[in-house]
Design a protein around this ligand. Sequence first.
Ligand code: NAP
Length: 291
Amino acid sequence: METIGWIGTGIMGNSMCAHLLDAGYSCCIFNRTEEKEKQLIAKGAVPCASPAEVASRSDIIFTMVGYPSDVQQVYFDSAKGCLSADVKGKVLVDMTTTEPKLAKEIFLRAVGKGASSLDAPVSGGDRGAREATLSIMVGGDEKVFERILPLFQIMGKSVIYEGPAGSGQHTKMANQIVISGTMIGVCEAMVYARRAGLDVTRMLRTIGGGAAGCWTLDNLAPRVVKGDFNPGFMIDHFVKDMKIAIDESKAMGLNLPGLKLVCSIYEGLAADGKGRLGTQSLVKAIDSLAF
Ligand code: NAP
C-alpha cells in the first residue's frame, strides 16, 4: 500500500485522515498546532516536523489547511514546503478551498519537479467529513484522478472529475455561491417563523419535505434551534471563499449581487468578533435575540 501524507488536521482534515488510517494506510502527518495531531497519532499516524518531511516520507500527499496563504506556505516555503522535497513521481492533492489560480500554480510547479497535483476541495461539512459522505470535486489530469480515486472514495460518496487544474476550485466556488443563498434564506425563514409564533422545529420538518429542502436546512438550522453556534464551518473561512468567488466573477466580467450582499453581512459578523463561530451564526445578524 502507498504511504499517505496528511497536512492540516483541523475540523475536516482530522476526520478525513482518520478514514484513511482506518482503511489500513500508513499516514505521515503535520499540523501547525501539534495538539491537533494527537487523535491521529493515537490511531497510528506518524508525526513529522514539516510539510517537507511529510512529502519526502509519503507517496501521495494531501493538504487540508485554512487559507490560500496557508496553502502557499505549505507548498512553496523554500526550506519546509512540500515542493522543497524530492517529490518525483508523487501526487500532491490540495483539498483546501482556495483560489483556482493557486491550484494552477501548484500544478505547474509540481509538474516542474516530476510530480503531479490535483485540486480537490470538498462539500458536506464537518458531518460529511466524519461520516465519509463528502462531495469531492477534482481538477487536474484525469489519469492522475483515476489513480487517486480509490482514496477519495474512502473519504466521500460523490467524487467527480471536473476538468484541468483549477476546475475543482471553480466548482467549489459555484457550491459556495449556492450556500450563500441557502444560508440567508434559511436564517431569515427561522427568524420569521419565530416572530410569527410558529414551532420552529415543526416548521423546519414541514418545509424540509418540500421545495425548500436543502443541506443547510437539514444540518445547520437544527443547530440554531439548539443554540449551538460552534463551527462546523467557520465564518472566517466562508468569507474567504465568498471573496475568492467575487474576485473570480469580477475577472470574468460578472456581477453577482446576491453573493456580495451575503458576503457583506458575514463580514459585519467577523468585524464584530464572531469570525470563528459557525456559519449558522448569520441568524444573529438578522435578529440577535431570536435564537
Ligand atoms: P480548521 O479546523 O482551521 O483546520 C485547518 C487546519 O490546518 C488547522 O489545524 C491548522 O492549524 C492547519 N494549518 C493551517 N495552516 C497551516 C500551515 N501553514 N501549516 C500546517 N498546518 C496548517 O479548518 P477546517 O474547517 O478543517 O477547514 C479546512 C479547509 O476546508 C478550509 O479551507 C475550509 O474553507 C474548507 N472546508 C471546510 C468545511 C467545514 O465545514 N469545516 C467544509 C468544506 C471545506 P492550526 O490548528 O494551527 O490553526
